[in-house]
Design a protein around this ligand. Sequence first.
Ligand SMILES: Nc1ncnc2c1ncn2[C@@H]1O[C@H](COP(=O)(O)OP(=O)(O)O)[C@@H](O)[C@H]1O
Ligand SMILES: [Mg+2]
Length: 328
Amino acid sequence: MEERVLSIEDLRLSFPLYQAEAQVLNSVSLHVNRGEIVGVVGESGSGKSVTAMMAMRLLTPDTYRIHSGRVDLLGTDMLAAPETTLRTLRGSKVAMIFQEPMTALNPTRRIGKQMVDVIRQHRPLSQREARAHAASLLADMQIADPLRVMDRYPFELSGGMRQRVMIALAFSCDPDLLIADEPTTALDVTVQRQVLRLLKQKARATNTAVLFISHDMAVISQLCDRLYVMYVGSVIESGKTGTLLHHPQHPYTIGLLNSAPDTHEPRSALPSIPGTVPNLAALPTGCVFRERCFAAGAACGNVPPLRQIGESDRAIACWYPQLENVHV
Ligand SMILES: Nc1ncnc2c1ncn2[C@@H]1O[C@H](COP(=O)(O)OP(=O)(O)O)[C@@H](O)[C@H]1O
Ligand SMILES: [Mg+2]
């Protein structure tokens, strides 16, 4: 069996609100194997970021409740481990990048100094060696003049450059797993594609596993080996990227694919999913998608379990899977 760097099993999590309880994760299970690039895709509010944060247990303590589940990150039981263990793991084995790199970079310090600090926390290098290493990491991100960039402050760089710096920084500790939460969402399409290509190259070259989170099906399918589709706190379909793109079975996945702009042949009308995401504090009974679903039927009053179909890693939670659907 392949080695798992991250495994989340049956995670149920809620946020107690003023007079109700928001059920944010509803039995989420997913895993990432060593060196694998795995995507989590779904509309805004589906619980992607909360899942990513819980992989590293970064949610503010005492704000949420866990009802069941396990999170195993590189052999550490993340729900039970003491804070000191978590901190060591976060700094050395797992890196995380977010949508807005300005919040992760210190605005008052030059890029090079920040990189050198991070590198020297992980490796016994002199100042000079660390600078050289920083420059080579930036060069890997196809930054042509790394030394000049290292002398700049974050605000002096474009969004795309800042995100490349963040990726370089994330790889500086040789992580086993990189968690990337919408890292390119703020960038325009061309820059986004470039940054994703560099991220993928670097991950492959270093055999780093990536958990990549995005609301954008086009982005995620360009990058990932395998996908999980989330809807309102549940994984509703999963599988290898190619299988899921060409033979989606869940009506929600089909809707997402039809909503994603097709970069090759723009369609005149983009069919999308009617309605809106339900209120988490008052979820409908049965299948959470049924009110928006074109295939809903009598069985949908009961929650469909996520069950494995066909090849391993392929699973679906739907009473009426669309077996004949072929998406091109
Ligand atoms: N600290 C919090 N307190 C209450 N609700 C939260 C908190 N963090 C996230 N949520 C809610 O959890 C749901 C899932 O959020 P999130 O994981 O950020 O979604 P996504 O990343 O898929 O857009 C949202 O409805 C969000 O409002
Ligand atoms: Mg999010």
